[in-house]
Ligand binder design. Structure first.
Ligand code: GLY
Length: 188
């Protein structure tokens, strides 16, 4: 996994190289950037005019109220099974918009944003990362499948757990959006 990697177009491909080429599990920030550049990735200006404009507007009030909505969110989770029944997965995101500098979401946290266990199944998450991280969501989904739940039941149970915790903390449930996808060894 890579975290806090700025200016590289496809961090998911850098993450794959961390898995394949290094003895480590995570690289972050400057170290991840150096590793990416050493492995042929190019630094690019990725800020679009639209995003820059939205940021300038945000600066007028500077409120750290991360927003989850299709316009403010871009997490992509992928799970796949090959012809031999082997599972793999990837998860990539710019993270929520309008967050504090240095904030890490669930996507690069293994077990939160993505978890693949080739004995059982795989899961990945999108939505409000803080809520997903609190229950180590994707790992929870895979463990529920290990206990015999179908992928759909496992995803539902993980979402329910998040909502129970959010309710306990008196959060406004309308402001929380979470999604999981999952696949088991049968390809369901
Ligand atoms: N799920 C992505 C994030 O919270 O940033």
């Amino acid at each position: 996994s890579v975290l806090f990697l700025q200016g590289i177009m496809h961090p998911v491909s850098v993450a794959r190289l961390v898995m394949e080429k290094t003895p480590h599990v995570y690289l972050s920030g400057e170290g991840a950037k150096i590793f990416a550049l050493e492995n042929g990735f190019k630094e690019e200006k990725l800020l679009t005019d639209k995003a820059k404009q939205a940021y300038e507007q945000w600066k007028e009030k500077q409120q750290y109220i991360p927003k989850i909505s299709p316009e403010h969110h871009d997490t992509i989770g992928i799970l796949a099974m090959d012809s031999k029944g082997r599972l793999s997965g990837a998860c990539t995101t710019s993270g929520m918009a309008f967050k504090m500098h240095g904030r890490i979401g669930d996507s690069p946290i293994i077990g939160a944003g993505l978890f693949v266990d080739n004995e059982v199944g795989a899961a990945t998450a999108t939505g409000h990362g803080e809520e997903v991280m609190r229950i180590v969501g994707s790992h929870t989904v895979v463990e529920l499948m290990r206990q015999g739940h179908s992928p759909e039941e496992a995803c539902k149970k993980a979402v329910e757990r998040i909502f129970v915790i959010a309710k306990r903390k008196n959060k406004n449930l309308d402001e929380i959006q979470i999604g999981f996808i999952a696949i088991n060894k049968k390809g369901e």
